[in-house]
Design a protein. Structure first.
Length: 136
């Protein structure tokens, strides 16, 4: 993608946005099936790592909602620290999205840092130990 090669024919996406010849829209479209797959793969990796440490955990626990109405991506079933369970939420920001492209152009990893800062503000009020895993 960074070579500027023509990867597809310019067209309209099913979400209504324009698709350019470099195919960048596929990385940021909220209706793209790859977006969900990347999220699920990262969740599986995190769950396997936690289970490898002999900690029982579940993905997408029911009955827990954040202030913004979303569920955390996972929860340990035993207390992690100070009697509180471990929650995790993975984030895969699209560095080619219009909201991130200026930040991404200024330095490597800045989009992930920006996303982690935003997520940590959401988690501060939770009664659990939590972390955010991000890939950019």
């Amino acid at each position: 993608m960074w070579l500027g090669l023509t990867l597809c024919v310019p067209d309209k996406c099913h979400c209504g946005s324009d698709v350019d010849a470099q195919g960048r829209h596929a990385m940021v479209c909220k209706k793209a099936p790859d977006r969900v797959a990347r999220h699920q793969v990262l969740n599986d990796i995190i769950l396997r790592a936690i289970n490898a440490a002999d900690v029982t955990a579940v993905k997408e626990p029911s009955g827990l909602n954040r202030q913004d109405g979303k569920r955390p991506d996972g929860l340990s079933l035993i207390p992690w620290q100070s009697g509180k369970p471990l929650l995790w939420d993975d984030t895969v920001p699209g560095t080619l999205a219009g909201s991130y492209v200026d930040t991404a152009a200024t330095g490597a990893g800045l989009v992930a840092d920006q996303t982690a800062d935003r997520d940590s503000q959401i988690r501060r009020s939770q009664s659990s130990v939590s972390f955010s895993a991000g890939v950019s």
